[in-house]
Design a protein around this ligand. Structure first.
Ligand code: COA
Length: 152
């Protein structure tokens, strides 16, 4: 079940995101940022494991018509069960509810997002504001991430 993140979830969200960040798959997120932006995040619980959290996804609002899917991660033992898709779908639903017409992501796995209806775009088409996050990335400025967008 996907639900909004709670304050007590933050240590586990932090652990999940930062384990992938150590492998270079995701941008690391400090605890302070997760607390500041807790309302951006949804988590998914596993009914088979006492409803413990096994995945997370954020939706960051960037500009008057644009939001970003960020920090999407499902723990390795629970991948391939549709959890990643459910997390993204809930974030897209939230974007619609906010009246946001476009949602983008920067990713190393474009195929996953293409299956969800995202289309590749030229990174330079995204507003400069989004590059603030990139400065925190260990790969900056040699970024191999692909930008994809979906129109709601
Ligand atoms: C990417 C990730 C969130 C996918 O989560 P998941 O729960 O395993 O994905 P799902 O089971 O919901 O898969 C949905 C679809 O995407 C496909 N898919 C999943 N991972 C994929 C990948 N790495 N590359 C291409 N397609 C992928 C699935 O085969 C499935 O396709 P189908 O509908 O045709 O069966 C998960 O692999 C992950 O946490 N990876 C590490 C962190 C990361 O790279 N995050 C993304 C950064 S933007």
């Amino acid at each position: 079940m996907v639900r909004k993140a709670k304050i007590s979830d933050v240590p586990l969200i932090h652990k999940i995101i930062n384990e992938f960040a150590q492998r270079g798959d995701l941008l690391p997120r400090p605890l302070s940022e997760l607390y500041d932006h807790l309302r951006d995040y949804n988590v998914i619980e596993s009914p088979h494991e006492n409803n413990s959290i096994v995945g997370v996804c954020g939706l960051g609002i960037c500009w008057d018509d644009l939001a970003e899917i960020k920090s999407l991660a499902v723990v390795p033992t629970h991948q391939g069960k549709g959890y990643g898709r459910s997390l993204v779908e809930v974030s897209l639903k939230e974007a619609r509810e906010f009246g946001i017409p476009k949602v983008f992501t920067l990713t190393y796995i474009p195929r996953f997002f293409q299956k969800l209806g995202f289309k590749e775009i030229d990174k330079s088409k995204l507003p400069q504001k989004i590059w603030a996050d990139c400065l925190k990335c260990p790969h900056f400025p040699d970024c191999k991430e692909v930008a994809l967008i979906t129109y709601l």
